[in-house]
Ligand binder design. Structure first.
Ligand code: GTP
Ligand code: MG
Length: 349
């Protein structure tokens, strides 16, 4: 396991979500040996954090013998280079960390292409004059290509590859559109399952469809949309399980996964799955609703699914919130209730 140090910042009085960052890094296969949270009054254009703070991180790194530092924010290419000049470790920012996780979890050809494109777009502005990606270390978190393929760090090659990938993804978008049209023609209503990463979407998808998709206590387990036909009482519907949302999703990834999220477009209803046992669920819901709105899906009716109720006291309810269904996808509790709500919404309105 790769040892890493976490660096986060409290900006404008907002404290960072260290637990989420740790979970991200754990998903990427590392173990956290220390953390530093800095209060930032302003962003230093050269280092993001202050120079003195960067030196502090360098010292801390040496003390703990950490070879990797993960920053909870996005670093500009020059900031990464400057930090590398001070800190004797591999510098990973939030986008690179998320890209790494996505590359581990992309299994299909399409998924791999999407991740590779996002990685190359991230890499391109970070090439040095010689066209070589400055990397102090090879291997470990943040330097993996899609699958186990090694990325090639040559500008011309990268540019060529980017255009090939873009073409492939255009074809993919077309193929998906044709499939969606076919599904729409079949008139079977579509129920999209959305939510923050790790909220329990796939577990719910399995409970509703008797599928056996992989659900795990890791972030971004699901990257590619899964669809499955199932019955709600006497009527057929199609359930779609989707990639999880996260705050500050790298822009490269929003583009790359646009076609994945397009699967939500024809849905008659969106189930917004919330891990209600997570103290940050409200914030997570905001991220999900904001992303759905950005994608133009805010008009689709929603049911809020408060999941993981088994971790809370019995009969727990949230005040002033209607349109909530309380379930435990894991224990399969509340599923019939949820089915009734979906049924009402689709077939009786
Ligand atoms: N206690 C409890 N755990 C749950 C429940 N539903 C899901 N989990 C757990 O939460 C973790 C994440 O579940 P997933 O279904 O993979 O979550 P997801 O939303 O699909 O996650 P990504 O695909 O990674 O975005 C797993 O360890 C599940 O076993 C629940 O109702 N109660
Ligand atoms: Mg999932």
């Amino acid at each position: 396991m790769e040892k890493f140090l976490l660096v986060a910042a409290e900006e404008k009085g907002i404290s960072p979500d260290i637990d989420e960052l740790k979970q991200l890094a754990r998903t990427a296969g590392g173990v956290c040996v220390g953390e530093k949270i800095f209060k930032l009054k302003r962003i230093n254009p050269a280092y993001y954090i202050g120079r003195g703070q960067a030196e502090e991180v360098a010292k801390f790194c040496e003390e703990l013998n950490a070879k990797t530092v993960i920053f909870d924010f996005d670093l500009k290419p020059n900031q990464t280079r400057n930090l590398e000049g001070i800190i004797p470790a591999k510098i990973i920012d939030r986008t690179r960390l998320i890209l790494d996780i996505f590359s581990r979890h992309a299994h299909s050809e399409d998924g791999k292409n999407q991740v590779e494109l996002a990685q190359l777009e991230y890499l391109l502005p970070r090439l040095t004059g010689k066209g070589i990606f400055l990397m102090q270390q090879v291997g470990g978190i943040g330097v993996r290509g899609p699958g186990e393929k090694k990325l090639e760090y040559d500008r011309r090659r990268i540019e060529k590859r980017i255009s090939v990938l873009k073409r492939k993804l255009k074809d993919l978008a077309k193929r998906r559109q044709i499939q969606r049209r076919r599904r729409l023609k079949s008139k079977i209503p579509i129920v999209a399952i959305c939510g923050y990463t790790n909220a329990g979407k796939t577990t719910l998808f399995n409970a509703l469809t008797k599928a056996q998709a992989t659900a795990q206590d890791k972030l971004f387990q699901t990257l590619e949309p899964l669809t499955r036909k199932a019955k709600i009482f006497d009527k057929e519907v199609i359930f779609v399980d989707t990639v999880g949302f996260i705050k500050n999703l790298p822009p490269q990834l929003i583009n790359a996964f646009h076609s994945t999220l397009e699967e939500i477009a024809p849905a008659g209803i969106v189930l917004v799955v919330l891990d209600i046992s997570d103290p940050l669920w409200l914030l997570h819901r905001e991220v999900v609703l904001k992303t759905l709105a950005e994608l133009g899906f805010d008009k689709i009716p929603k049911i809020f699914v408060a999941n993981k109720c088994d971790k809370l006291p019995q009969n727990f309810v949230i005040k002033n919130e209607k349109n909530f269904v309380y379930i435990s996808a894991l224990k399969k509790e509340g599923i019939e209730m949820l089915k009734s709500r979906i049924y009402e919404e689709i077939f009786e309105k």
